[in-house]
Design a protein around this ligand. Sequence first.
Ligand SMILES: Cc1cc2nc3c(=O)[nH]c(=O)nc-3n(C[C@H](O)[C@H](O)[C@H](O)COP(=O)(O)OP(=O)(O)OC[C@H]3O[C@@H](n4cnc5c(N)ncnc54)[C@H](O)[C@@H]3O)c2cc1C
Length: 394
Amino acid sequence: MTESYDIIIVGGGMVGATLACGLAEEADNLRIAVIDANQPATDWDTASYDMRVSAITRASQDLFKSIDVWDNIVAQRISPYQDMYVWDAGSDGELHFDSADMGETDLGHIIENRVIVKALHQRMAELSAITLLCPAQVESINFADDATELCLADGAQLSAKLVVGADGTRSWIRQQADIAVKGWDFDQAALVTTVKTEKYHQDTAWQRFLNTGPLAFLPLTEGYSSIVWSTSPDEAKRLSEISQQEFALELEQAFESKLGKIESVAKRAVFPLRLFEALNYIKPRLALVGDAAHTIHPLAGQGVNLGLADVASLIDVVVDALQHKKDIGDKAVLRRYERWRRAENRSMLVAMDGLKRVFGSDLTIVKSLRRIGLNLTNRITPIKNLLMHQAMGK
Ligand SMILES: Cc1cc2nc3c(=O)[nH]c(=O)nc-3n(C[C@H](O)[C@H](O)[C@H](O)COP(=O)(O)OP(=O)(O)OC[C@H]3O[C@@H](n4cnc5c(N)ncnc54)[C@H](O)[C@@H]3O)c2cc1C
């Protein structure tokens, strides 16, 4: 027996789960299935922090509010940041953003990924339109004319008018659909961990551009900071293997002791960094969202925010198609989603690549240009405000 749905979302991470909740809230009578290969954590020791955190913009916060998960996220744990301070190791260029300059209370929030995923899964469980299949493994997929058919490892057969690949950067769905990606070779990895610093982080997101890559200190509660240190894969491996004391010392030096001594270091992990975009976001009866469609460098903290913007657009396109009695899996319908998102995502991908190259360069001319660029941007209010609006996703 084949179980029929309107939409099947493969991947119930931050992006896929938000899409499911948004569709269930915005469209009537939709049958939605969400399949995830992994059961997310729901219980943990709150004395420690998730090593994966995201800087969530105002636009993403509004989306979470609209699907009734924001209050749950706030009740678990969030860290607002009011300032952002960026400086360059190769010159005396610096840039400072202050939310007060925009008449805002904050620039965004640093939130543990596990907190967001838990709130989303709790919301999915409340919405009767959503069937959550988790943990479940998709074994095969067949794109037929009138539906996409999926077969799960336990033998279950499912079909839907539209399947959405929200299964992350190595998307199995994208590969099965034969959608190629165009990428830029980065040869970078990120070392992530949580540290406690001697001085309070001042609710500021700090980022120092080193020649080897950016080093970010993102503010958490109780004076802790989440570290994202982008560098070469070999160096990231070395940094993950040295003793805690050696690591603390190297981190403090790389950060120019801006927050004093590093008093404690939690578990360290290394994530390979990629930068690519799928050549197509859609094909008949399929759409890709989030990291499955595009993966960027974490330096601007925009990855999941772009994925959530995909979600907002896809909801709009699906609801509009339903109102006009159109087939939601039709290529002409889905093309509007692809055109809409590709333009914005591509400009961010290109900007990230440019930043990485400019700040990774040893050339004197490039170094002086970036000093002039950072300092000028810092002084010219309209450009600064524009960048702040973009960083906030407004
Ligand atoms: C070090 C680092 C720091 C970052 N910091 C930020 C930041 O500050 N701000 C920001 O906006 N972004 C940040 N990002 C990017 C952000 O983490 C990603 O953009 C985001 O996780 C993408 O969400 P997603 O739901 O698309 O994919 P994922 O989070 O990868 O979720 C994919 C889901 O699909 C499931 N899945 C995978 N394969 C299958 C399968 N075959 N079948 C079924 N289910 C499957 C997985 O279990 C998972 O639940 C950072 C990334 C890194 C590496």
